[in-house]
Design a protein around this ligand. Structure first.
Ligand code: SAM
Length: 273
């Protein structure tokens, strides 16, 4: 099956921002802080920035003046990111934001030459193996730390459980690895591929589990996530569509009543050159 790359909606990114912020690993941010230059302005390239949630989380954890260069191929998302820049740095220093419409799979090593730090969040699963390898080369060439946050790792846990959960989960993972143009997306294999790719280039890679844990307080996000999850699974395995009609209905009712606990596995990676 050959599919198109899907466009990410700003509404979805806004809805997930608080859960993303709660899941990201603050210990890695602290290790990162210790690795960055303590003088001068930090230049931080955020690849696939969406509406800029990574900067809003990380900029206030890092001291000193910062110049964030936000890259995305979607200009509407870049406009939203520019409209809501991060707050000041940890020590009150100013944070300046620049947006750049770019395809991050087409970056050249020189494009990140000024970087003190490269970040990306919820991006790697959307890449093919060749695209990730190219991005690793460009990041490794920059010679600075790379913080890759919230890569999905394919682990979904619903409580209370149901026998259909694992079939839907497997079909969703297969959908994430669907064929795009001439190659397959990495989906939940992307984080492991990134760890291996950076380690092969001699970098140290720290890995932390950063799952979403969604309960009654995150019912809106959980409902939106569940709808997308089962929709993608049914697109991948058409026979599931008829088998999951009542499952989908009562699972959504559970979510809306705050009676379903959802864990979605992610990993944060900190790459130290
Ligand atoms: C799941 S969203 C994550 C957005 C943001 N990093 C966050 O954590 O909220 C993935 C983002 O990557 C962007 N993206 C995907 N592939 C890209 C590419 N090849 N070049 C530039 N941006 C890309 C999408 O437009 C989208 O904004």
């Amino acid at each position: 099956m050959i599919a198109e790359r899907t466009r990410v909606s700003g509404g979805w990114l806004d809805l997930r921002e608080p859960a993303d912020a709660a899941a990201r690993d603050p210990e890695l941010a602290e290790i990162l802080r210790q690795q960055l230059p303590s003088a001068g302005c930090l230049v931080i390239h955020d690849l696939g920035c969406g509406t800029g949630s990574m900067g809003r989380w990380l900029a206030p954890l890092l001291p000193g003046p910062q110049h964030w260069v936000l890259h995305d191929r979607d200009e509407d998302l870049l406009d939203a990111a520019a409209a809501e820049p991060p707050g000041p740095a940890a020590d009150g220093a100013s944070v300046f934001v620049e947006t750049l419409a770019s395809d991050v799979t087409q970056l050249h090593p020189g494009d990140l030459a000024d970087a003190s730090l490269v970040t990306a969040s919820a991006l790697l699963d959307l890449l093919t193996g060749d695209e990730l390898a190219g991005l690793i080369d460009v990041c490794a060439g920059a010679g600075c730390p790379v913080f890759l946050s919230l890569s999905v790792v394919g682990h979904v846990d619903l409580v209370p459980p149901d026998p259909l959960d694992s079939r839907v989960s497997a079909a969703f993972d297969a959908h994430q690895c669907r064929k795009i143009e001439r190659d397959r997306l990495l989906g939940p294999d992307a984080a492991a591929a990134a760890v291996e790719g950076f380690r092969q280039r001699g970098a140290e890679v720290l890995v932390r589990p950063t799952p979403w844990r969604l309960g009654a307080a995150e019912a809106d996000l959980a409902a939106e996530w569940f709808t997308g999850w089962i929709g993608a699974a049914c697109e991948q395995s058409v026979e599931l569509a008829s088998e999951t009609v009542s499952y989908a209905r009562w699972r959504l009712a559970e979510v809306r009543a705050g009676e379903l606990a959802v864990t979605v596995g992610h990993a944060d990676l900190l790459v130290l050159p």
